[in-house]
Ligand binder design. Sequence first.
Ligand code: GDP
Length: 298
Amino acid sequence: EPEKPQKSPGLLGRLMGRAGGTAPRRVLDDDMLEQLEELLIASDMGVDTALRVTANMAEGRFGKRLSTQEIKELLSAEIARVMEPVAKPLPIYAKRPQVVLVVGVNGSGKTTTIGKLASQFKAAGKNVVIAAGDTFRAAAVEQLQVWGDRAGVPVLTAPEGSDPASLAFDAMTRAEADGADLLLIDTAGRLQNRADLMEELAKIVRVIRKKDETAPHNTLLVLDATTGQNALNQVDTFQKLADVSGLVMTKLDGTAKGGVLVALADKFGLPIHAIGVGEQIDDLAPFDPEEFAAALTG
Ligand code: GDP
């Protein structure tokens, strides 16, 4: 007879067996700490952060007997504590238009996230304009137009291969003329030639500052949860290319539980403005540290 499929156990389920809260208590000793560290590392948290989280969790409790449920709660509370300071929605300024530059590698979910953000802000009564600044990818421009239509927001485009900075300048002019609250600017994400990309982003910033010397007001880096530890390198790289002010992590609806977010919070402390939880327009959620920590340790 075929075995009944079982719900795959979470981090602690795997450590303590399937008995969950009724499992016998285990002594919190070096052996158990090491196993907890390994589980956290396997969730993409990275070694340094995993060691710090387990050490903090064990402080004052070493040698005590704990149940699975107690360990889960302690670990979850420790992770939530690390994440709380970075859980911040995108700040909204009185500035009109507020200029949000969106950066990230191709495929990370930039286009989708811009569409979702535009829709959310539109629903909140904001006047939003999108600029399709990745002028070298015709498919990206088309896709952005689809999202703009869905959100009911105008998308400014330029002919394929034209200067993204000049499009950004035109978009500033249009956003100002329309009295737009928010201008979302998409950018290229090819990292093959970093010097070119850096110059392209710098030029966009230079040009929009001719219109408003305080712009861009936010530089949002979009990261894909399924790339795991690679997200750390991407933050590192994009911080050198642009003045990243906050993060959005996409694809947290899949199998990736996004343990790398803990490493990111620990290492960079950048605000996490939102998370992508699906491919539909409403699938953008605020980042909730407690929910996240519970899912990660569940
Ligand atoms: P871009 O190249 O960075 O502009 O990336 P896209 O926005 O085109 O997204 C790349 C792929 O990821 C598309 O198939 C999207 O539908 C998908 N995607 C984006 N965000 C999410 C998300 O939060 N969850 C899931 N499951 N898929 C996503």
